[in-house]
Design a binder for this molecule. Structure first.
Ligand SMILES: Cc1cc2nc3c(=O)[nH]c(=O)nc-3n(C[C@H](O)[C@H](O)[C@H](O)COP(=O)(O)O)c2cc1C
Length: 183
């Protein structure tokens, strides 16, 4: 039996892969924030979209610098990910506060997050207000990842356990790999 659901719609389209988005403010100071509303939107050219609330410090940083790094955190840094998503770079140095380390990017001034398994360096090519968030469309200009993160052209989830958000303080991670050819 189904009934009209009394739940936030985004919580039914879950779990959502979690990213750490790094950015720089107008003084070049780096910041990092946790985002779950992220997705690829084009393969050629490679484009990603991130939804950033207009109240976030990250929002102003990206509007000013027109770039961001989408970093892939793993379950071993869940505490840091939760913290980066609970405090604002407007008030504190979040790299210092979380213990996460900035690492130089190849193509951007914005650093990536050392502890993450992969980094997509993105230049903003478009943005669109969507309710209380802004969709930033980023063109991926460089891609960096741990060599052991990839097997057979996909993420090796036996080694790299991504973080996925269910809602609130609840998360999960990837389990088995299922090949639709054998299902
Ligand atoms: C698991 C998780 C997912 C989140 N996803 C988003 C998101 O997709 N978009 C967003 O604007 N904020 C999201 N947030 C909230 C921001 O990370 C949070 O407001 C953060 O403090 C913003 O930091 P800033 O002010 O330094 O930019 C999420 C938080 C958590 C814990």
């Amino acid at each position: 039996m189904k009934m009209e659901a009394n739940i936030k719609p985004n919580r039914l389209f879950a779990p959502q892969l979690v990213g750490l988005v790094s950015s720089i403010d107008k003084n070049g100071r780096p910041n990092v924030a946790t985002l779950a509303w992220i997705t690829s939107v084009s393969a050629d050219p490679p484009l990603v979209s991130i939804a950033v609330g207009s109240t976030r410090y990250t929002h102003g940083c990206i509007i000013h610098s027109k770039e961001f790094v989408l970093n892939l955190p793993t379950i071993d840094i869940l505490k840091e990910v939760q913290l980066a998503g609970s405090i604002s770079g407007r008030d504190v140095d979040k790299f210092k506060e979380t213990g996460l380390t900035p690492v130089s990017s190849i193509a951007l001034k914005t650093p990536g997050v050392e502890q993450c398994a992969a980094h997509l360096e993105c230049k903003v090519i478009d943005m669109k207000e969507a309710g209380d968030h802004t969709l930033f469309i980023g063109k991926v200009v460089a891609t960096v990842c741990n060599v052991e993160a990839i097997r057979d052209g996909v993420l090796d989830i036996s080694r790299i356990k991504p973080i996925m958000h269910l809602g609130g303080t609840l998360f999960t991670t990837a389990g088995e790999i299922v090949d639709s050819k054998n299902y």
